[in-house]
Design a protein around this ligand. Structure first.
Ligand code: EPZ
Length: 416
């Protein structure tokens, strides 16, 4: 298993290219299952999760291959309508095969994802939505069995604007008979891209980017070429690194997708300039404490909550962070405390008292974003930090140590 060794406390500077978005490419890869032919996806980030999804597609019989950052998916010979537990347990996004396979083939067997490091993450919205479209859903030995000769449009209203459920129901309803109305739908940029891609394939989706999406089913879809949008969460992670340790420019990113994050960074004292696809940020000499409450898009993303906490750990004064999307997403706190941070947790609210400095230590990754926060903590901290279990970070960040090395961070990957 790999670990990172970081000697922190050093100023950083330079430019970094942002990769394609993990949370956009994963549903796009499953959308390719809807077409009888070859789909090409460009700007694919090289991540453990994209490789896991590729393995799943190959198991299903969709020939998927990745060359440089371009993926080809040929879904004309699908012969196995099952997503096995061994894969689904390593990546919840595997559950995205449910909608497209059910819509195209009328039956599918997908392992239930189970929980994750910060608690249960149910999929009831996905299942209730598919039942509304006429699917028969049953649970057999930990697997969801879904059947429907043909899906029929219906009105679906989510209790919470779930990204995953919106994606699955979208991919199911594009081939359903009649009209589907999805209310309280997710508005994340990754869902907006999925809608545009499905329409380019020949679907008929309206209300894109709003909380009420209307889908009129079609009989079939056509293969297309796709370019994945930039990863706003990766961009947010590097912006925070710049705010604490140096002057950096991010290329190939979309400032519009980061409005709330940029506003909060400015409140903390950051000097930021941007244009259509790049953002520059300078090191903040005296960081102001800024409260954050995570929300669904366009609010502050929960996937940047841990990184913001590492940032606030050296701010002047006290700040609070409330996570309204995942109430238990705080496994990074004990590890940040090991670096010398002063953080108290009460329910889904963390109080951070800014300290003078952090000091290097041995810490452990627990999930993708928690490990990104530990890397930021280590870059800030004086002395040496060792971060174990970095396979978590490889799931969601493309070549992170190379990108940070190019900014002057003293980081190496060591095989334990
Ligand atoms: C997506 O997860 C992202 N993953 C997550 O990013 C992200 O944190 C999350 O959206 C929120 O923005 C991918 O896109 C692959 P949800 P998803 O369904 O779709 C509850 C990362 O680090 N809920 O929007 O699983 C759920 O428990 C990952 O890149 C139900 O109760 O999130 C949560 O509290 C981590 N029942 C809330 O809704 C359901 O059926 C939001 O979940 C579905 C969700």
């Amino acid at each position: 298993m790999d670990k990172f060794i970081i000697n922190g406390g050093k100023k950083i500077s330079g430019e970094v290219n942002i990769s394609g978005a993990k949370n956009a490419v994963l549903p796009l890869m499953t959308a390719a299952l809807l077409v009888d032919g070859k789909t090409t996806i460009n700007s694919v980030p090289d991540l453990r999760d994209t490789r896991t999804m590729m393995r799943l597609l190959n198991i299903i019989g969709a020939e998927a291959s990745l060359k440089a950052n371009s993926m080809c998916i040929n879904a004309s010979k699908i012969n196995n309508l099952e997503a096995p537990y061994d894969l689904v347990k390593t990546m919840r996004a595997s559950f995205y095969v449910l909608g497209p396979l059910l819509a195209r083939f009328g039956e599918v067997r997908v392992s239930l994802p189970g929980g994750c490091a910060w608690g249960p993450r149910p999929v009831d919205f996905h299942l209730k939505g598919l039942e509304k479209l006429g699917a028969e859903i049953s649970l057999e030995s930990g697997y969801i069995m879904a059947k429907a000769k043909r899906l029929y449009g219906n009105k679906i209203c989510f209790d919470f604007p779930s990204v995953g459920a919106t994606g699955n129901i979208l991919m199911a309803s594009v081939l359903a008979r009649g009209e589907t109305c999805i209310e309280n739908a997710a508005k994340e940029p990754e869902i907006v891209q999925l809608c545009h891609v499905l329409n380019n394939m020949g679907a008929n989706i309206g209300g894109i980017g709003s909380s009420k999406i209307i889908v009129n089913g079609v009989d079939n879809l056509n293969p297309i070429d796709i370019d994945v949008i930039p990863d706003r969460i990766e961009a947010g992670t590097y912006l925070i690194a710049g705010a604490v340790m140096g002057d950096i420019t991010l290329n190939n990113c979309n400032p519009k997708h980061l409005k709330d994050v940029l506003d909060k960074l400015k409140l903390a004292g950051a000097n930021i300039s941007s244009n259509e696809n790049s953002i520059s940020i300078n090191k903040i000499d005296s960081i102001s404490a800024v409260d954050v409450t995570t929300e669904v898009y366009p609010g502050f993303p929960t996937d940047l909550q841990a990184q913001w906490m590492a940032f606030m750990s050296i701010a002047n004064g006290r700040s609070s962070i409330v996570d309204t999307v995942y109430h238990d997403r705080f496994t990074h706190i004990p590890e940040l405390i090991r670096l010398g941070a002063d953080i108290r947790l009460n329910g889904n609210k963390a109080e951070i008292n800014g300290v003078e400095k952090l000091i290097g230590a041995q810490v452990m990754s627990t999930d993708i974003r928690a490990s990104a926060a530990l890397i930021l903590g280590a870059i800030i901290a004086e002395g040496k930090t060792e971060i174990s279990r970095v396979y978590h970070i490889d799931r969601g960040y493309d070549s992170i140590e190379k990108k940070f090395q190019s900014l002057g961070v003293d980081i190496v990957r060591v095989n334990e």
